[in-house]
Design a protein around this ligand. Structure first.
Ligand code: ADP
Ligand code: GLC
Length: 480
C-alpha cells in the first residue's frame, strides 16, 4: 500500500475557482484503492458553503512557528465520497470571501498553508510516500520538506511531485520580504533555487526541489519549454525535462453525465441526443429570454473571463459573428473589460446574446447541455476541462490548437469523416471567425455530418481512468 497526499489550494466540492478544484476533487477517487491510500489537504476557508462546513469536524490543533511567531494550526477533517480530506484552519489566513486575494496577501497565506500541511502529518498519523503538490500555492512544500523537516525520522525519504496547472501564476514577490515571511535560510534565495529576476518565486522552488514534475497535457509539457509559453521558466523546464511529463486531465464522469444530470431539463445519451438534446436548448432560450428557435445554432462559453481564454479574439469578432444566425450564451466572471464586453453585446443583440456574469455550477451544466457548439479559442491552455465537458454533453468544441485543447479535440475532416470538433492554429481573430463559420456551415447544411461529429465526441473517454494509471505509474516509479 502506498500513501499519497494531495496538497492544493482548492478542491470540489468544498471550494472551486477553476479546473484545479475539479482535478483535486475528482482524481483521488480514481486510484486503485487496494494499492493507494490517497488523501487531500486544503485550507479551511471561511467562504466554503455552510452545508459542506457542517460535514467537517475538528480533529486537533497545535501552534507552529511561522513568520516570527507561533501561529494556530487547526486540523479539520471529513470523508467525502470515500476520500479523506483534511483542512488547515487558521482564520487569520483563511477568513475570506474568495480563496485568492492576489499578492502580497496570498504569500503568507499559502506559505503558512504549505508549512502547516507538512506539520500536521505526524498528528494525523499519516506518513505519505509521495506528496503531490499542485500549483504555486504549494510550491514551498518540497522546499520546506528538504529543509526544515529533515531533522525527524518521520519525513525522511518522502518523495514529491509538483503538478503545473497553470505556469502563468508563480507566486512572485519581493525577495527580502518573502524570505522573512517563509523563514528559510538565505541559501534558498539564489538564482538556481527560489530567486527569479531578483524576486522570490514560490513555484520555482517547487519545480527545483520536487522529485518529479508533471503538467496537465502532453502538448503543454512541450510548449512550456519554449519562451512563448514558458513564462520565464522555460529554461528551468528544459533543464528538468527528464523529470517532466504531461498527463492529460480527465473529468468526473458521474458529475458530468447528460444521462443523469439533475441540473438539466431533459436528460439524454449518445443514442437519443438527436431528439432529446434540443429540448434543453429550447428551455434555456426561454429562461434567458433568447429568441425561441430550436434550429438556431447556440454557441456556449463557460469560463473565467481572462485573456488566457482568448476573449480578445472574441471581442474583436463579436459584431461580425452576430450578423450570422447564431446565439451566444456566455457564463463567466473575471476581468471587468470582458464582463462589460458581453453585457454590451447582450444589450446590442438582444435575443441573440446572453451574458451571464456570475458563477453557477447548475447553469454551467445547462450551458454544456443546451449548446450546439462550445467556443474556447485560448491563447494558452494547460489542459482545459470545459471542452471535455462539452464532448461529454454532445456539444461540439471549437478551439485553438494549443495545450490540452490540441490533445483532446480532433479537428473535423470532411473528406475522411473524422474528428470531434473544430480547431484553428494561429491566435488570430479572423482565423477563429472562419473556423466558427465553417462549423456553422456543417451545422446548417450538413446536419447528418454534424451529428456524426457528436457521435464521435460522445464516444471519447475522458474519464480519469487512463490518466489515473499514469499517475500510479509515476508514484510507483518514485517510490520503487
Ligand atoms: P481553468 O481552470 O483555466 O479556469 P478549465 O477549463 O480547466 O479552466 O476549468 C474551468 C472549470 O470552471 C470548469 O469546470 C468550468 O465549468 C468551471 N467554470 C468556469 N467559469 C464558471 C462559471 N462562471 N460558473 C460555473 N462554472 C464555471
Ligand atoms: C488550470 C488551467 C486549465 C486546466 C486546469 C486544471 O486552471 O488553466 O487549462 O484544465 O488548471 O488542470
Amino acid at each position: 500500500m502506498k500513501n499519497i497526499l494531495f496538497v492544493a489550494s482548492e478542491s470540489v466540492p468544498f471550494i472551486k475557482t477553476g479546473g484545479l478544484a475539479d482535478v483535486v476533487g475528482s482524481l483521488p477517487k480514481c486510484f486503485d484503492k487496494k494499492h493507494f491510500d490517497v488523501r487531500v489537504i486544503i485550507p479551511y476557508y471561511s467562504c466554503m458553503k455552510e452545508a459542506l462546513k457542517e460535514q467537517i469536524t475538528y480533529r486537533d490543533s497545535f501552534y507552529m512557528d511561522f513568520d516570527w511567531r507561533r501561529q494556530y494550526v487547526g486540523i479539520m477533517e471529513t470523508v467525502y465520497e470515500g476520500i479523506h480530506f483534511y483542512f488547515i484552519d487558521n482564520q487569520e489566513h483563511f477568513a475570506c470571501e474568495k480563496p485568492y486575494a492576489g499578492m502580497p496577501y496570498d504569500l503568507p497565506k499559502f506559505a503558512f498553508f504549505s508549512k502547516a500541511a507538512l506539520s500536521i502529518l505526524p498528528v494525523i498519523d499519516f506518513r505519505p510516500d509521495v506528496i503531490h503538490c499542485h500549483d504555486w500555492q504549494t510550491g514551498l512544500v518540497p522546499v520546506y520538506l528538504s529543509d526544515t523537516f529533515q531533522e525527524g525520522e518521520f519525513y525522511r525519504g518522502i518523495k514529491t511531485v509538483m503538478t503545473i496547472h497553470n505556469l502563468k501564476f508563480q507566486g512572485v514577490w519581493n525577495l527580502e520580504e518573502t524570505r522573512s515571511i517563509v523563514g528559510l535560510p538565505p541559501y534558498y534565495f539564489a538564482p538556481d533555487k527560489l530567486e527569479y529576476k531578483k524576486d522570490a518565486n514560490l513555484l520555482k522552488g517547487g519545480l527545483v526541489y520536487a522529485n518529479a514534475i508533471t503538467t496537465v497535457s502532453r502538448t503543454y509539457a512541450e510548449e512550456i519549454k519554449m519562451p512563448f509559453y514558458g513564462e520565464g521558466l522555460d529554461g528551468l523546464m528544459c533543464a528538468r525535462s527528464n523529470d517532466l511529463r504531461g498527463i492529460v486531465n480527465g473529468i468526473d464522469y458521474d458529475d458530468y453525465n447528460p444521462e443523469t444530470d439533475a441540473s438539466i431539463v431533459k436528460t439524454y445519451n449518445a443514442q437519443n441526443f438527436r431528439k432529446e438534446k434540443v429540448k434543453n436548448k429550447i428551455a434555456l432560450q426561454k429562461e434567458l429570454g433568447l429568441n425561441e428557435d430550436p434550429k438556431a445554432m447556440m454557441i456556449g462559453i463557460v469560463s473565467r473571463l481572462t485573456d488566457q481564454k482568448g476573449f480578445d479574439l472574441i471581442a474583436y469578432m463579436m459584431d461580425e459573428l452576430c450578423q450570422d444566425n447564431v446565439q451566444i450564451v456566455a457564463l463567466g466572471t473575471g476581468d471587468e473589460k470582458y464582463e462589460n464586453m458581453f453585457r454590451h453585446y447582450a444589450w446590442k443583440y438582444e435575443g441573440k446574446v446572453a451574458a451571464l456574469i456570475y458563477y453557477s455550477e447548475a447553469m454551467s451544466h445547462k450551458v454544456y447541455a443546451s449548446s450546439d457548439a462550445f467556443l474556447m479559442p485560448s491563447l494558452f491552455e494547460p489542459c482545459g476541462l470545459s471542452q471535455l465537458m462539452s464532448l461529454r454533453y454532445g456539444t461540439v468544441p471549437i478551439v485553438r490548437e494549443t495545450g490540452g485543447l490540441k490533445d483532446t479535440v480532433q479537428p473535423y475532416n470532411e473528406f475522411e469523416n473524422t474528428g470531434t470538433g473544430f480547431s484553428f492554429t494561429n491566435y488570430n481573430a479572423h482565423e477563429m471567425l472562419a473556423t466558427v463559420r465553417y462549423a456553422e456551415h456543417i451545422y446548417y447544411d450538413k446536419k447528418r455530418e454534424w451529428n456524426k461529429i457528436i457521435d464521435r465526441g460522445m464516444a471519447m473517454d475522458y474519464s480519469w481512468q487512463s490518466s489515473a494509471l499514469q499517475y500510479q505509474e509515476l508514484y510507483d516509479w518514485l517510490v520503487g
